[in-house]
Design a protein around this ligand. Structure first.
Ligand SMILES: Nc1ncnc2c1ncn2[C@@H]1O[C@H](COP(=O)(O)OP(=O)(O)OP(=O)(O)O)[C@@H](O)[C@H]1O
Ligand SMILES: [Mg+2]
Ligand SMILES: [Zn+2]
Length: 458
């Protein structure tokens, strides 16, 4: 006799489950995220049944038998950079990103490149009809690429299609949230469905050596399972970010079992699709307004690549009881911390001022070394003194106001020099390779020195 199915309540935010409904998830603390899902056992194709008895498996040694994982170059250097040199056969890659950011565009371009290189490529669109995908391909000028396309959401049908014929080199699923299997009662997009589909597809990829590319939607609400649940199941997680108002898009690797993380790829969204940007600094410094106070250029590093961006601050007397603090492209807590340090260690108070900080171009900066540039922008806006247009800043600021050394100092300086900058304000500590460096360097060990440079302390 078949066992009755177990009902459980699964958190759509973190994937944790409980056996009764509660308002607040005991695992992650989110409210109203539990949804009843019936567990019908392992997903199809996983080879596991309820009655399977264990058997001893063959054990192997650590000593390498093969070489480094072979990689297939994608034909898109920026994508190769982010993935660590190309797509690894048999690996699973998840691309997350907000609606409309360009995930389908990127994957269609990648599919076309694969297919044009003679590799069998299957593109399953669960969100768009084939006609829509074809229209996009036409706009991108990729109609002639031999990509095999289907609009399908049934996991069983997809598996049957995959098993038919030569194993594909690349499988694209757009998106994982749309897939469903009828062995589960839960609705498509719920954690159980997403997890089951991912598990099954990854298994197929590992067995056949096909590379698997999954699109995952990022939502703030718990209704649709975010890719967080499947992040631990896949080999590589990429995030596609960008600002709707700006054409450029950043592809960031947050997890990579086959390469470094924190690498970024920079693209520009144009009518003909995503175009790679080889010199992002030039792009982000494109239309600088260097004659206004409050603008300071940060010499940053993303992954292994230098990236110069402008920090813009606006400091204005407040008309409110509680002054406003807002940051775009930078951590708001970091801004609060910096304002507190300026106040406590340099005597520069912002208590009567609204403070706005913006990273130009829609880039999100997470490097602590940006502190000094942010501070320079804030001080410049407060004093009204324009900073020299040919000066860059970098250095992390500690709570004591000390300026700490940053990584890749020489790399930052070389990039600044290449782009025509003549001066840099940087930490006293840390070694730099001065060979061929013509920048005039101003090395400081405390934030107070920057405050003094920007005008008298208040
Ligand atoms: N004719 C066009 N010219 C320029 N850019 C376009 C054009 N049509 C679409 N785009 C760009 O492509 C974006 C949509 O790209 P795409 O469909 O790949 O995004 P997505 O991340 O897959 O979105 P979704 O989450 O809806 O699936 C639009 O936001 C727009 O920026
Ligand atoms: Mg899409
Ligand atoms: Zn939870």
């Amino acid at each position: 006799m078949a066992k009755p199915q177990r009902a459980s309540f699964v958190c759509q935010n973190c994937g944790g489950s409980t056996n009764r409904w509660v308002g607040k998830c005991p695992a992650c603390g989110e409210w109203n995220t539990l949804v009843e899902e019936t567990d019908a056992g392992p997903p199809p194709g996983s080879g596991i049944t309820r009655t399977t008895r264990g058997r001893a498996v063959a054990l192997e040694s650590l000593a390498a038998r093969g070489e480094a994982p072979p990689r297939i170059p994608t034909g898109m250097p920026e994508l190769d950079r982010v993935t660590g040199g190309g797509i690894v056969p048999g690996s699973a890659l998840l691309i997350g990103g907000e609606p409309g950011i360009g995930k389908s565009t990127l994957l269609l371009q990648l599919s076309a490149a694969f297919a044009n290189a003679g590799r069998r490529t299957l593109y399953f669109s669960g969100e768009e009809a084939t006609a829509q995908v074809r229209l996009r391909a036409e706009r991108l000028g990729l109609s002639s690429a031999p990509v095999a396309l289907a609009s399908e959401t049934s996991l069983a049908n997809i598996l049957a299609t995959l098993a038919d014929g030569k194993p594909p080199a690349l499988i694209v699923i757009d998106s994982i949230q749309t897939l469903w299997t009828d062995t589960l009662d839960a609705a498509p997009g719920t954690v159980s469905q997403v997890r089951a589909a991912t598990q099954t597809l990854i298994r197929f990829a590992k067995q056949t050596g096909s590379a698997l590319l999954l699109v995952g939607h990022v939502t703030k609400e718990g209704q649709i399972a975010g890719p967080k649940v499947i992040e631990h199941m896949v080999d590589t997680v990429l995030y596609f970010e960008g600002d709707r108002g700006h054409p450029f898009r950043i592809l960031r690797s947050v997890k990579n079992r086959f390469g470094a993380t924190d690498e970024i790829g920079v693209f520009e969204m144009v009518a003909s699709g995503l175009r790679e940007v080889a010199n992002p600094s030039e792009l982000f410094l494109g239309d600088r307004d260097s004659k206004a106070p409050g603008a300071a250029v940060f010499a940053g590093v993303e992954g292994s690549r230098p990236l110069l961006v402008e920090f813009q601050a606006l400091v204005a007397p407040t008309s409110l009881g509680t002054p406003r603090r807002a940051a775009v492209g930078w951590d708001a807590n970091r801004l609060s911390m910096l304002l507190a340090v300026l106040d406590a260690r340099c005597g520069v108070g912002f208590g009567q001022h609204d403070v706005y900080l913006n990273v130009a171009g829609g880039l999100k900066v997470t490097e602590p070394a940006a502190d000094l540039a942010a501070a320079a922008a804030l001080l410049s806006s407060l004093s009204g003194e324009v900073l020299p247009a040919d000066r860059v800043f970098f250095g992390e600021i500690s709570l004591s106001g000390a300026v700490r050394a940053a990584g890749h100092m020489s790399l930052r300086l070389k990039e600044a020099q290449k782009l025509g900058f003549a001066q840099a304000v940087l930490p006293q500590a840390g070694d730099i390779d001065t060979a061929g460096l013509k920048l005039s360097l101003q090395r400081i060990s405390h934030l107070k020195e920057l405050a003094d440079m920007a005008g008298p302390c208040h």
